[in-house]
Design a binder for this molecule. Structure first.
Ligand SMILES: [Zn+2]
Length: 596
């Protein structure tokens, strides 16, 4: 590989950053395309027979065109915002983009309602016609979703009232959190900064910060129980008017999966939990404790000194990818060489990492801050996995490129697993190896126990909320009950105000922002298990699976490409068995170290 740059190149997309003339013209042209869509949608009448394909295909083509253009604009703006948090111009572009998206959203709602009015038989035969055949799943999904909702005027009213109701409660939550702080060693810290200290290797620090955070959240639980009760109340009222009885209807449909799949997943995980109990005990002893508390579960047991330069990290990742998929390795190499990655460690950048795609130009960009730790290398591999997922979908129709949260993490987790497994194999010594293994087991614990607690809490909370307002005290109780159950009662101290401190319970874009994480993790674990036991065809099978993530249910995806039934335990058991391997390796190595 050539010598790599640590900064990305955005000029090949639009020249001139947030002052870009090209971006300006592109946005203007997109506005014109939205106006064109508007007149197409307004004049579009529900097809009465299958001869009316021309009108429908014009609208669909225009929707796909606007989808791509808005995606391109949105991706560019998020790159500008991330690379320099003080770029005011980029902030202004963001508001402009939000307006365009809102206008586009309204046109889509209107279009979907026209589809509902189409006669069932006409609709079925329309979907068999050439322009729509490859979009049949997505168009039918849109129509069904619109059918389950109220008529256009009522849905518009809900949407409009939601701005100052539903979504406003979510924003109120953010506003209250923004005002909270704690003092630690004489310094004032935001709750976000303080939470980072919960990973401290020093238990006294963890305990002190945890207690202070508890006090801070507890002092405000009355406000947070207001935000949570109103937000969920708005959601439940909307469901009631739409005639939706199950709270899980929306999140399951959004993730294109069945309740049976979800239940089978949790049941199988629960059966495997007992294997993690000796690990929690061992970890407690390694930290000099009798039992772990909530704030010890993610504490580090050792440290890794081995670091890799960006160049070394890039070469290591590409090399590991190659043993599973030469195409994925070639893609990664191209992304590095064409400067699709922003990795420089400098101030003024947004924290965290992401991957964003430019659907019009068929490019992607990865954002992160790379300082050479094993976790940086894993993050880089993770984001390259996302980029590769997009890459294999580039030539598909825009409407077939939208995949849900539960499969969104498939390619990324898969890529990350390849690299973190290789890191364990290449560890310099046993201490290093143990730290890396522990990191992997800890990830499983987060998906199987922590996320499970969130899911249990949220389901139970919604059931109680249907009967009326749930008090702050009761929310604390529900949270601790859920945590005790999810962690098999293995911890000493729990986190009663977790429902207040975890943003995910208060976001309004997607309800139940929890189980898709666990699903995605185990789903890619299952694919990884297949890759390890598979012949040379794996690469193409894998690509075909990724390409279908935006156009079928999760059950169909798994049946078609993995030959498994997600509603039965076998697939989940196979994935969990792979997690057991890391667990056993950790237990053996840590026992050996204790005897040395
Ligand atoms: Zn990800």
């Amino acid at each position: 590989m050539n010598t790599l740059h640590k900064t990305w190149d955005l000029e090949t997309i639009f020249e001139g950053g947030s002052e870009s003339e090209q971006l300006h013209n592109y946005v203007l042209k997109t506005e014109q395309e939205i106006s064109k869509l508007e007149s197409l949608v307004h004049s579009f009448t529900s097809p009465k027979n299958t001869d009316q394909t021309k009108e429908l295909s014009e609208v669909v083509d225009q929707i796909q065109l606007v989808t791509k253009r808005l995606g391109e604009i949105g991706a560019f703006i998020s790159c500008l915002n991330a690379q320099n948090v003080n770029d005011k111009k980029a902030g202004a572009w963001q508001s402009r983009k939000n307006e365009l998206s809102a206008a586009f959203g309204n046109l889509l709602t209107e279009f979907d309602q026209r589809l509902v009015q189409t006669d069932e038989d006409v609709w079925k035969s329309l979907l068999k016609h050439t322009p729509f055949r490859q979009l049949d799943f997505i168009l039918d999904e849109r129509r069904k979703a619109a059918k389950d909702k109220l008529e256009l005027r009522q849905e518009s009213l809900i949407n409009d009232l939601g701005i100052d109701g539903y979504h406003a409660w979510g924003q109120m939550y953010d506003a209250i959190v923004g005002k909270l702080d704690i003092t630690h060693e004489g310094k004032t810290l935001s709750v976000g900064q303080a939470s980072n200290l919960l990973d401290s290797p020093d238990r006294a620090v963890r305990k002190e910060v945890f207690d202070k955070l508890q006090n801070t959240w507890k002092a405000q639980t009355d406000l947070f129980s207001e935000t949570l009760n109103h937000l969920s109340g708005f959601r439940l009222q909307t469901y009631k008017y739409r005639g939706w009885e199950r709270v899980l209807k929306e999140p399951l449909e959004y993730n294109r999966m069945s309740e049976k799949t979800l239940n089978t997943m949790w049941e199988t995980i629960t059966k495997y939990k007992k294997h993690y109990l000796p690990y929690l005990k061992r970890k407690a002893h390694m930290l000099g404790l009798e039992r772990l508390s909530f704030y010890d579960v993610e504490a580090p047991v050792g440290s890794t000194e081995q670091t890799m330069s960006f160049q070394q990290g890039a070469e290591f990742i590409t090399q590991q990818f190659r043993s599973f998929s030469p195409k994925m390795a070639d893609f990664a190499e191209m992304a590095f060489e064409r400067r699709w990655i922003e990795a420089e460690d400098r101030s003024g950048k947004r924290p965290g990492g992401f991957c964003t795609s430019f659907p019009d130009s068929g490019q992607t960009r990865i954002f992160m801050t790379y300082s050479g730790t094993p976790s940086n290398v894993a993050t880089l591999a993770h984001e390259l996995g996302h980029a590769y997922h997009q890459h294999v979908m580039d030539d598909l129709p825009a409407l077939n490129q939208g995949y849900a949260m539960n499969v969104a993490e498939t390619a990324s987790t898969f890529a990350e697993m390849i690299v973190s497994d290789a890191a364990v194999k290449h560890a310099a010594n046993d201490t290093e190896k143990l730290t890396l293994l522990e990191d992997k087991v800890q990830r499983s614990i987060a998906f199987f126990m922590n996320i499970h607690a969130r899911f249990l809490f949220e389901t139970r909370f919604y059931e109680e909320r249907k009967k009326g307002v749930v008090s702050a005290e009761r929310l604390n109780e529900l949270m601790v009950e859920a945590q005790k159950e999810a962690y098999e009662d293995a911890l000493d101290e729990y986190d009663p105000t977790f429902w207040a401190s975890k943003l995910h319970f208060h976001i309004t874009d997607v309800p139940f922002y929890n189980f898709p994480y666990t699903f995605g993790y185990l789903f890619s674990m299952g694919i990884y298990a297949k890759a390890l036991n598979s012949d040379s065809n794996f690469e193409n099978d894998y690509i075909a699976l990724l390409q279908d993530t935006g156009r079928m249910t999760t059950e169909d995806l798994a049946a078609k490409h993995l030959g498994v039934d997600l509603e039965k335990p076998e697939f989940w058991e196979q994935a969990l068995d792979l997690c057991m391997k890391d667990l056993n390796d950790f237990m053996e190595l840590s026992a050996k170290q204790r005897n040395d």
